[in-house]
Design a protein around this ligand. Structure first.
Ligand SMILES: NC(=O)c1ccc[n+]([C@@H]2O[C@H](COP(=O)([O-])OP(=O)(O)OC[C@H]3O[C@@H](n4cnc5c(N)ncnc54)[C@H](OP(=O)(O)O)[C@@H]3O)[C@@H](O)[C@H]2O)c1
Length: 273
């Protein structure tokens, strides 16, 4: 019987997780099966418990279930507590469900893979679910953190929940850009068809050493990254985070800590057009 794991979300149209886990099963010669199993919100808890009863090792959880999963689990790892959400469920042998959030560690690992040394003076744009995981990991890596979000109260609440960092105004973050050496976009601006923001103008005050990172990976070259390149700045795309966040789950379910190798990256890139 192969080891079983899956990704669930709703409607789960564009997940790349099966590509990652199937690649690693093949590469490490592991008898494993990783499925795509959409679950509507009203079926989420029943579905999770059914998969546990069927002998699955665990699940990846994506939009819109990450906060529901946080409430459902029996144990929350430190990463889940820091992120306030869960993207990885591990079905333990004693019947308990452990929840982790690997987005933050995946993000920091993607920076390291790109040769970006931490800590850095960081400005993060956006205060949604992904931002909290990214911010927590940046703080844990010793970075200073300043946050700007269109809806100011969300940024204030996030900084309060994290217990560190400061907030700056969304309208004027670009004027302060010279104070930072890492800019991270965690807003959904830049996703295909959702931009129109003046990124080129916003980077005018950038220090030449600024690293610009965008966690959006569809398109891979976002308008922000294109603007960074136009200013001669180093850009880091969001695909590394996507690949690295999957590694701890694979280890928990299939027993091997997998590499984020270039062949895998190329396979995912092929699917982004
Ligand atoms: N690379 C990866 O592995 C990875 C992992 C997770 C997420 N992501 C990407 O990260 C992005 C955010 O995901 P999420 O789950 O954090 O979403 P979310 O919780 O819905 O948060 C969206 C964020 O974007 C901001 N925003 C949306 N439209 C905006 C606009 N027109 N102008 C300014 N700000 C705007 C929101 O600001 P308000 O608070 O003002 O609404 C909020 O801060 C998505 O594109 C997702 O694909 C990538």
């Amino acid at each position: 019987m192969p080891k079983l794991a899956a990704v669930t979300g709703w409607p789960l149209t564009y997940t790349r997780s099966p590509i990652l886990h199937s690649y690693w099963c093949e590469r490490y010669r592991i008898k494993g099966l990783y499925l795509r199993l959409p679950l509507a919100p009203e079926n989420f808890e029943r579905g999770v418990r059914a998969l546990q009863a069927l002998g699955f090792a665990g699940l990846n959880v994506t939009i819109p279930h990450k906060e529901t999963a946080f409430a459902l689990v029996d144990q929350r790892g430190l990463s889940a507590q820091r992120a306030g959400s869960v993207n990885t469920l591990i079905f333990e042998a004693d019947g308990q469900i452990r929840g982790e959030c690997t987005d933050g560690v995946g993000y920091v690992d993607s920076l390291r893979e790109a040769g970006v040394e931490l800590p850095r003076k960081t400005l993060v744009l956006g205060a949604g679910g992904a931002s909290r995981a990214v911010c927590a990991s940046l703080l844990d890596a010793g970075c200073s953190l300043t946050l700007a979000n269109r809806t100011r109260t969300r940024a204030d609440n996030l900084i309060a929940a994290l217990g560190g960092g400061a907030v700056t105004d969304w309208q004027s973050w670009s004027e302060r850009l010279g104070e930072f050496d890492l800019l991270v976009n965690t807003t959904s601006l830049g996703m295909a068809g959702q931009d129109g923001y003046d990124w080129v103008g916003s980077l005018t005050h950038a220090d030449p050493e600024l690293v610009v990172s965008d966690i959006v990976y569809m398109p891979l070259e976002t308008p922000l990254l294109a603007a960074a390149r136009a200013h001669g700045l180093i850009g880091v795309d969001g695909l590394g985070m996507l690949i690295h966040q999957a590694r701890p789950g694979f280890k928990a379910w299939f027993g091997t800590y997998p590499d984020a190798d270039p062949v895998l990256r190329a396979r995912v890139v092929e699917t982004l057009d």
